[in-house]
Design a protein around this ligand. Structure first.
Ligand code: ZN
Length: 428
């Protein structure tokens, strides 16, 4: 007797509909017409079953800091620096209760959208100390049944601007941070360039034997040489120091500014250093002062993929001072990326679904992730029969399972009215 038997599931890259048996929170069997007694049986009738969505880069500590009922930016902005100032001004008022309430709402929203793992960026700097981290550690424990949370110690104010700036990060890992972060655009140390910032982050990650997750190349210069790119310096260092496979890099907007030959060289270096790349919805944030032919800011998603780089995409910011949009909904982010990166063939739409599941899981190094026998039963039933339809239709996540337990049910109903509506049609 198994806990759960899923019947007639369509699985990406699997040519036929199959059954999946779950017991003790894991997939214990899969195949055609399994004959196993079960406590619960669900017939998907050919609907798509995918492993849980993975949001591999999101600033969870500041997520949902905007007014919930009336989302949107309170004031316009021109330069990203203004957004850093705004978030640092507003975070002074965060209380522990506030982290708890926002965090609960954020994780439940993610769960509703089928997210079963999140890599959360978390401010660590002399001004907030470890307050944000302590709050996220509490959330990580409290919502373990809904989501696997990895916490990145993120230097919102750089490493070198204050005494013992790096020491604080060692403390962060003593109390429970998982991954080292960095962002050279936020460095406040006088005369420190991006190379020193990246080197310091890599040194510390290696000292602590943790993965490194970098915010890199956030600007979109009109012209960029190979050696101007942060990712190129990082890839060189990672190779020199033998840290291949331990580094992820988000954004890489400036790679989009590079000429094709420069970009090709950079992408080869990224691939050789086995750096995973996370694309964000960068299109909305940059070039607010461009008056015509407005630059976007997306990295070269298709070129990275075709070179064999592991590329994911993620929410980055959800309803905070940086981005007042977002829902922890990776199908929504996938559709945005489909438009932005010109990914509209059937195959490319299928790739998009992999980017926010298996590719992102690889970046987070999630153990036992997937739909094979032995994997943890973290999966989502989509109201779609093909991966491309999941993106284009923005398919509902009908059932969400975490460790074999049903944790969310979503239904959208709609029907046309011919003649008189019934009483139930008018109930809101
Ligand atoms: Zn970020």
């Amino acid at each position: 007797m198994v806990d759960l038997l899923i019947r007639n599931a369509s699985i990406q890259d699997c040519g036929e509909q199959i059954d999946i048996a779950v017991d003790g929170g894991r997939i214990v069997s899969r195949g055609k017409d399994l004959s196993l007694p079960s406590n619960l049986e669900i017939d998907l009738k050919g609907r798509l079953l995918i492993p849980g969505f993975v949001d591999s880069h999101v600033h969870l500590d500041i997520a949902l800091m905007n007014e919930w009922d009336r989302p949107g930016r309170a004031r316009p902005f021109r330069y990203p620096q203004e957004l850093n100032e705004e978030v640092e001004r507003r975070r002074k008022f965060f209380t522990f209760e506030d982290f708890e309430q926002r965090g609960k709402r954020a994780i439940e929203l993610a769960c509703r959208h089928g997210v079963t793992a999140i890599r959360a960026q978390c401010h660590v700097d002399p001004e907030v100390g470890l307050r944000h981290l302590e709050a996220l550690i509490v959330l990580r424990e409290k919502f373990r049944h809904l989501v696997d949370l990895q916490i990145v110690a993120f230097p919102q104010q750089g490493f070198f601007g204050q005494p013992n700036g790096l020491g604080l990060f060692r403390e962060a890992f003593l109390i429970g941070a998982d991954v080292m972060g960095c962002a050279s655009n936020l460095e406040r140390g006088q005369g420190i360039d991006f190379r020193q910032h990246l080197d310091a982050a890599l040194d510390l990650a290696m000292e602590l034997d943790v993965d490194l997750d970098v915010h890199a190349d956030l600007g979109i210069p009109w012209h960029v040489e190979l050696n101007d790119l942060e990712i190129v310096h990082l890839a060189r260092r990672v190779k020199e120091r033998g840290y291949e496979g331990r580094v992820a890099a988000g954004h890489l907007c400036a790679l989009g500014s590079a000429t094709p030959d420069v970009a090709e060289q950079a992408i080869t270096m990224i691939r050789d250093a086995q750096i995973g790349v996370i694309s964000m919805p960068d299109m909305y944030r940059l070039a607010r002062d461009d008056t015509h032919h407005v630059r976007r800011g997306l990295t070269r998603v298709k070129e990275l993929l075709s070179a064999g780089v592991n590329v994911a995409f993620a929410s980055n910011n959800v309803r905070d001072a940086y981005r007042p949009l977002g829902n922890f909904n990776l199908l929504e982010e996938g559709l945005i990326l489909a438009y932005g990166a010109h990914m509209d063939s059937v195959e490319e739409l299928e790739t998009l679904l992999k980017m926010c599941t298996v590719n992102a899981a690889k970046i987070m190094k999630l153990e036992d992730y997937g739909l094979e026998v032995g994997c943890r039963a973290d999966f989502v039933v989509l109201d779609a029969y093909y991966p491309s339809a999941a993106i284009v239709n923005q398919a509902e996540k009908l059932l969400v399972f975490k460790s074999g337990q049903l944790v969310a049910v979503n239904r959208v109903t709609h029907h046309l009215i011919h003649g008189h509506p019934s009483e139930s049609d008018l109930l809101l």
